[in-house]
Design a protein around this ligand. Structure first.
Ligand code: ATP
Length: 244
């Protein structure tokens, strides 16, 4: 479970997040939609302290933190329980696929290499990349690299995975394979997910909750069928009409 209250963030004198509240039940999927510049990425980044919020609190199961004032120890504790999947994969180019997935297990979780390798192989299989252990990222397509990014996130056994536009950097023909992997893990694994994406069809199919953000506020949220097919707010309707 993740419960977020009153997140504020400004860059200079521009207020980008104007008091965001969000509750995501354990094992559920929340998709955040919204126009470019509405603050979606900034919001995700405040949740694992890649950006420091100006104010706000977060409850992550039994961990409770102030997103502005958290100590280094609290930040580490949140990071141990959350994984992030980035738009640009962020794999280590000088490490093989299996080493990329093992890295956090060995350095953060202090696991033995043999144990980390077993876990990494399990998640390679989970994302349909069995047998690619010794490839380097440059030898893979963007879709394959992103599936490794997802395997790396899953291997850490996080309570929450934050996906920041996981398919935006991909050629259109590769988007489907990555969405299929996310769909599969949403169904099979009890992991709580917050996904920022522009893929409306995917949101309709996979999300338990859709959030529409604009101008640093949540304009509308709820059941995907209701928000996406019968939006109450004019701003949501206008945004969605661009995708129909
Ligand atoms: P997109 O869908 O295009 O990724 P978004 O909704 O994720 O957009 P953000 O990336 O959160 O939007 O950006 C919101 C606003 O904050 C933008 O105007 C952006 O220029 C600004 N912004 C983001 N990061 C910084 C930063 N480090 N310094 C200054 N301004 C920033």
């Amino acid at each position: 479970m993740i419960d977020i209250k009153q997140v504020h963030k400004s860059f200079g004198n521009r207020e980008i997040l104007k008091g965001i509240d969000l509750h995501v039940p354990t094992g559920s999927v929340t998709v955040i939609l919204g126009p470019s510049g509405s603050g979606k990425t900034t919001f995700l980044r405040t949740l694992n302290f890649l950006e420091k919020a100006d104010a706000g609190t977060m409850q992550l199961n039994d961990i409770s933190v102030d997103l502005h004032k958290a100590s280094n120890k609290e930040i580490l504790n949140v990071r141990r329980n959350t994984s992030m999947v980035f738009q640009s994969y962020n794999l280590f180019s000088n490490k093989t696929v299996i080493e990329n997935i093992m890295e956090g297990l060995v350095t953060v979780k202090k696991m033995k290499k043999s144990e980390a390798r077993d876990i990494a192989q399990r998640f390679l299989k989970e994302v349909g990349m069995e047998g690619y252990d010794d490839y380097y990222p440059v030898q893979l397509s963007g879709g394959q690299q992103q599936r490794i990014g997802i395997a790396r996130a899953l291997a850490m056994d996080p309570e929450v995975i934050l996906f920041d536009e996981p398919t935006s950097a991909l050629d259109p023909e590769l988007v489907g394979e990555v969405l299929a992997v996310i769909r599969k893990i949403a169904k099979e694994l009890e992991v709580t997910m917050i996904i920022v994406t522009h893929e409306i069809g995917f949101a309709k199919e996979v999300a338990d909750q859709v959030v529409f953000m604009e101008g640093g506020v949540i304009v509308e949220q709820g059941d995907p069928k209701v928000v996406l097919e019968h939006p109450k707010e004019e701003r949501t309707r206008k945004f969605l009409s661009r995708y129909l």
